[in-house]
Design a protein around this ligand. Structure first.
Ligand SMILES: [Zn+2]
Ligand SMILES: [Zn+2]
Length: 502
C-alpha cells in the first residue's frame, strides 16, 4: 500500500511538471525541458551553484530521476529514488504536487482576495501590467547578469540580489523566454510592505567559453513594495523605466536615474525583487519536442470563477450591453473560434508572424522561440483537421486598464511532427487527438468597440492589411502598437488543462 502511495506521489509530481509541454502554442503533448526526464537521464550541473532558496526546504536541484525500471539493480535504484523523492516532496509546498480540486479552489480564492485587497488600496493595480513588469525584469535580470548594465536594475533588486552575479563567470545569456507565470501568494497584511510571490517557468541560453547551453528553469520570485503605493500608469509598467521621468532604466548602484537624477529607493515607487529561488533547472532537449505524451487533463472538470455570474453582470453594465448572449455569440465566433483556428493554422505552417497582431508580446516571443527550434530542424508540427467541439466561459476579470476573458476550448486534431523529408517523427496522422486548453484574451478597457464584421487580416486600428506587424506588434502602416490590446482583443495566455488553477 505504501509503495502504491509512493508511486502515485511520483506520478502526480511528474504530472505537475508537465506544464511546459510544447508542441501546439502554449504547450501540448511533450515535456520539453521539463522536470524529470526518463529518456536521457542527463542533467546539467547547476549553472548557478551559488543560488540558494530564500526559505529552507524548497530547493530542488533537478536531481536525476531515472524511471526506467529495467532489471533488478535499476529496480532497486528506482525504489531508492522514490524514497528520496518522497522525502523531498514532504518538504515541498503543496502547490508543487498536482493540485486537487479543493486545493485549486482554495488557491484561487486566496489569490482573488489578495488581488482585491491590493486594488482596494491601489485602484491602479492591474495584474496584466504587473506581469508585464515582471516579464521585463526577468528578461533583463538574465540578459544583463554578468554585464555592467546589471547595475541599471538597482532600484528593482534587493541589496543581496544586486551582488547576485558577482561570483559568476563572464557568461552571456540570451534567448530568455518566459513560458508561464503563476500567482502563488499575495500578502497585503504586513505593516510596511506588501508582497507578491510568483512561480515562473522559463528558459534561456547560456554562452560560456565557446559553449552554448539551453536551460529550462522554474523559479519562485518574491517581489515587494511599500504599502499603500499607487501603481504607475501602463507606459511605466510595460517597460523597465524610471518611475519619475519614464526614461529607460539606467540607474547607478545607489539607484540614481541617469536621465533625471532622481534617486529611486527600493520598493518605494515600484516593485522590487526581494528574493528568488530556483526550484528546478534542467537541460532543454530539443528532441523532446517530438515526444508525444497522453493528454493529461482533458477529462478534468472545468474550473470556473466562483462569482462568474456577478462578473458577467458587471461586464454587461460596464459596456452597456443589453444581454449576455448578444455579446457572447459574437465573441465566440469572431474572437475565440477565429483566433483559435487562425493561430493554429499559422503555428502549423510555422508562419508565426502572420498572427503577430493577435498575440500579446510574451506569447508571441515564447512561441517564436519554439517555432525557431522547429525551423532549425526543419520540422513542422502539423495539426490536421482541427475542430472545436466546445467553448466554455470560465473567468472574467477587469481592472482600470484591462479586461480579460478566459475560456476553456475543447478541440481535436491529428497532431504530429513532420521531419525534413515529410516523414512523421512524432504523434500520429491516424489517431485523433482530443484535448482542451484555457485561453485568456485581453484588451484595454477603453478599446474601440467593433461594429460589423471582424477581419483578422486587417489592422484593427487603420484597417490596412495585417502583413507588416514586425516583431514588436506595431502596424507598419499606421504605427499603432496592436499587441497591447489597445484596439482589439489579443491572446494573452494559453494554459494546459492539467495545470490551470483558476
Ligand atoms: Zn528618471
Ligand atoms: Zn494600422
Amino acid at each position: 500500500m505504501k509503495a502504491i502511495v509512493l508511486v502515485l506521489v511520483l506520478l502526480l509530481s511528474l504530472l505537475a511538471c508537465l506544464d511546459l509541454a510544447q508542441a501546439r502554442p502554449g504547450g501540448g503533448h511533450s515535456s520539453a525541458g521539463q522536470g524529470s526526464s526518463s529518456s536521457s537521464g542527463a542533467f546539467p550541473s547547476d549553472p548557478f551553484p551559488f543560488e540558494r532558496p530564500y526559505s529552507s526546504g524548497n530547493y530542488n536541484t533537478g536531481t536525476p530521476v531515472q524511471v526506467e525500471p529495467v532489471g533488478l539493480v535499476i529496480g532497486l535504484l528506482f525504489v531508492i529514488v522514490l524514497i528520496i523523492l518522497f522525502k523531498r516532496l514532504e518538504d515541498r509546498q503543496v502547490f508543487t504536487v498536482a493540485p486537487t480540486a479543493i486545493n485549486r479552489a482554495v488557491q484561487q480564492q486566496k489569490i482573488k482576495s489578495g488581488l482585491e485587497s491590493l486594488k482596494q488600496s491601489d485602484p491602479n493595480f492591474s495584474g496584466i501590467l504587473f506581469l508585464d513588469f515582471v516579464h521585463s525584469l526577468y528578461s533583463k535580470f538574465y540578459s544583463y547578469s554578468t554585464h555592467p548594465e546589471f547595475r541599471y536594475l538597482s532600484p528593482f533588486l534587493s541589496t543581496e540580489l544586486q551582488q547576485h552575479f558577482q561570483q559568476a563567470q563572464p557568461w552571456t545569456i540570451n534567448e530568455v523566454v518566459i513560458n508561464g507565470i503563476r500567482w502563488q501568494e499575495i500578502n497585503t497584511q504586513g505593516a510596511e510592505f506588501e508582497s507578491i510571490c510568483l512561480v515562473i517557468d522559463a528558459n534561456y541560453t547560456l554562452h560560456l567559453q565557446g559553449k552554448s547551453t539551453r536551460y529550462a528553469v522554474t523559479e519562485r520570485w518574491l517581489l515587494h513594495r511599500t504599502k499603500g503605493l499607487l501603481s504607475s500608469g501602463s507606459n511605466k509598467m510595460q517597460a523597465l523605466c524610471c518611475p519619475y521621468c519614464g526614461a529607460p532604466a539606467h540607474f547607478t548602484d545607489v539607484g540614481q536615474c541617469g536621465h533625471c537624477g532622481s534617486v529611486v529607493q527600493k520598493g518605494e515607487m515600484q516593485w522590487c525583487l526581494d528574493k528568488r529561488a530556483v526550484l528546478e533547472t534542467t537541460l532543454l532537449a530539443v528532441n523532446e519536442l517530438v515526444a508525444y505524451a497522453e493528454e493529461q487533463g482533458t477529462g478534468l472538470a472545468t474550473i470556473k470563477q466562483t462569482d462568474l455570474t456577478e462578473q458577467m453582470q458587471g461586464f454587461l453594465q460596464l459596456h452597456a450591453l443589453p444581454d449576455w448572449d448578444a455579446f457572447w455569440q459574437a465573441f465566440v465566433e469572431d474572437i475565440v473560434k477565429a483566433y483559435f483556428l487562425t493561430i493554429y493554422k499559422h503555428w502549423s505552417s510555422r508562419n508565426w508572424d502572420a498572427v503577430r497582431h493577435l498575440l500579446s508580446d510574451r506569447l508571441y516571443e515564447a512561441n517564436s522561440f519554439w517555432l525557431d527550434l522547429y525551423a532549425e530542424k526543419n520540422w513542422f508540427n502539423r495539426l490536421d483537421d482541427i475542430k472545436i467541439a466546445q467553448i466554455e466561459l470560465v473567468k472574467i476579470e477587469q481592472d482600470k486598464f484591462y479586461e480579460a476573458i478566459t475560456v476553456r476550448i475543447f478541440a481535436s486534431c491529428y497532431d504530429y511532427t513532420e521531419g525534413p523529408g515529410g516523414q512523421v517523427i512524432g504523434g500520429s496522422k491516424r489517431a485523433l487527438r482530443r484535448y482542451s486548453e484555457y485561453w485568456t484574451f485581453v484588451r484595454r478597457t477603453n478599446a474601440k468597440q467593433h461594429t460589423g464584421p471582424y477581419s483578422l487580416k486587417q489592422c484593427p486600428q487603420c484597417g490596412a492589411p495585417a502583413d507588416k506587424m514586425g516583431q514588436t506588434g506595431e502596424c507598419g502602416y499606421c504605427g499603432s502598437k496592436i499587441s497591447t490590446g489597445q484596439f482589439s482583443w489579443v491572446l494573452f495566455l494559453i494554459m494546459q488543462d492539467d495545470v490551470y488553477e483558476g
